[in-house]
Design a protein around this ligand. Structure first.
Ligand code: NCD
Ligand code: ZN
Ligand code: ZN
Ligand code: ZN
Length: 424
């Protein structure tokens, strides 16, 4: 059967096309683009259509912490957020450090409304003591290696991992944090942490580790992607490495672009995240660097946690923000609606760049391409707990107003998300 999406503004950041076009979908693929007539059509006046988003950094929690998220609820949440691909971080329990866990994951992600690309661990058990089964992880479909949640503290072990990754053309996704600087800290170190009496994590806990790892990467030639960078010095170090021709990239999260240490307010555990929310000046530098192109991609670092875990004291609650469903509305509101960035450039950072970093060809709107599309309308809405399909309702956006809702997400021509009382 044919479905025609009519009267929307199509944005394709790969070809830099923006304009009114109708799209016909047949057998899961884009069949025709132009001015089309048919009975089975949806009038999408006032909506945007663009290729589904690509997330480089998602936590699915299964196996091990299914009360915070399962693969099934994580995929539902990703589809609600407009994502058609998510890269699953390996810090489940047990972690994805071997062909065994990879097999389980691959079985669970089959035939669902979103492509899930597994990331394998760098170290066995994410313990930082010996290497994971890096070769079999690649054979079983890992697209990168990461010990996310921790950095690889042992520089010798990291160098060994870099040499192996380089030899089999795999990238490392690095969470950068020197725990001798960050240990015990719960928010960004500064005037606000001092006022609240909370132990701080300095920006240098991140940037000093990036500096160390860039030196080792320089010797090995490995492709390195820096996760969730959060301060000015990290931006500068990575920019310098790029200007030396090193194959390095980096991502920033929607929350580090939108919130600051001031938002911790009265010990709101929904703002407790690692790396911690930046100072105002670092947040402004992150926005500038994204616009200038020094930051390659936006990644959600979707880190759902069950309500009882986030109900603990600020000191004891786990780090993390549930972010895959609010990423697009939040950045549309903060960056596009405010006039700081074009929608085209924002979508480039959420569709094209991430796919390239993960080694995939970016999806686009072209005849014969899979119909993996988002229907988005710039309407105001209030984020309530029942907005989240994720089991993690841990978001500093609850109660806040945003502009820009995903009305539907199509995965191979079928609705993976469709707003119940929407226009569609
Ligand atoms: C992540 C998690 O909960 O797994 N938490 C977080 O605050 N970002 C771990 C991580 O991304 O480092
Ligand atoms: Zn399901
Ligand atoms: Zn991390
Ligand atoms: Zn993470």
């Amino acid at each position: 059967m044919e479905l025609i999406l009519k009267n929307a503004t199509v944005i394709d950041p790969l070809t830099n096309f923006e304009g009114k076009k109708d799209i016909a979908i047949r057998n899961g693929k884009i069949d025709k683009i132009g001015n089309l007539k048919s009975n089975n059509r949806l009038d999408l006046t006032g909506c945007y259509i663009f290729p589904s988003l690509f997330d480089l950094h998602t936590h699915l929690r299964e196996p091990g912490d299914e009360s915070s998220e399962t693969i099934c609820t994580g995929i539902a949440a990703a589809s609600h957020g407009g994502y058609g691909t998510i890269c699953a971080m390996p810090n489940s329990n047990p972690p994805n450090d071997s062909a065994l866990v990879m097999g389980y994951l691959k079985y669970k992600i089959e035939h669902k409304g979103c492509r899930v690309l597994p990331i394998g661990a760098i170290s066995a058990g994410l313990e930082g003591k010996s290497l994971s089964d890096m070769y079999s992880l690649k054979d079983e479909g890992a697209i990168a290696y990461s010990d996310d949640g921790n950095s690889v503290y042992d520089a010798g072990l990291l160098k060994h991992a870099m040499m192996i990754a380089q030899s089999i053309d795999m990238p490392l996704f690095l969470h950068e944090e020197d725990r001798s600087l960050s240990s015990g800290g719960v928010m960004r170190e500064g005037a606000v942490s001092a006022r609240l009496g909370l132990c701080g994590i300095s920006a240098s806990a991140e940037s000093s580790m990036i500096a160390r790892d860039l030196e080792i990467a320089r010797e090995t030639g490995v492709r390195v992607h820096f996760c969730h960078i959060s301060c000015r010095r990290s931006i500068e170090l990575i920019k310098n490495a790029k200007s030396d021709g090193m194959p390095v990239t980096c991502e920033v999260t929607p929350h580090h672009l939108s919130f600051t240490d001031e938002d911790v307010g009265q010990y709101d555990t929904n703002t407790k995240v690692n790396p911690p929310l930046p100072s105002i000046s670092d947040r402004d530098d992150l926005i500038d660097a994204l616009i200038a192109g020094d930051i390659d991609a936006v990644a959600t670092d979707h880190a759902p946690h069950a309500a009882d875990l986030k109900a603990r004291s600020f000191q004891d609650a786990p780090f993390g923000i549930s972010g895959v469903e609010t990423a697009l509305p939040l950045l549309f509101t903060k960056l596009v609606k405010s006039g700081r960035m074009s929608f085209m450039s924002l979508l480039y950072k959420m569709i094209v760049s991430p796919a390239k970093i993960a080694g995939f060809s970016p999806s686009c709107i072209k005849k014969g391409e899979a119909a993996n599309l988002v229907i988005f309308k710039p309407l105001k809405f209030k984020v309530l707990e029942n907005f989240f399909l994720s089991k993690g309702k841990n978001s500093p956006l609850i109660g806040k107003e945003l502009t820009g809702e995903v009305f539907a997400t199509l995965f191979h021509g079928k609705f993976s998300y469709r707003k119940a009382d929407g226009i569609i």
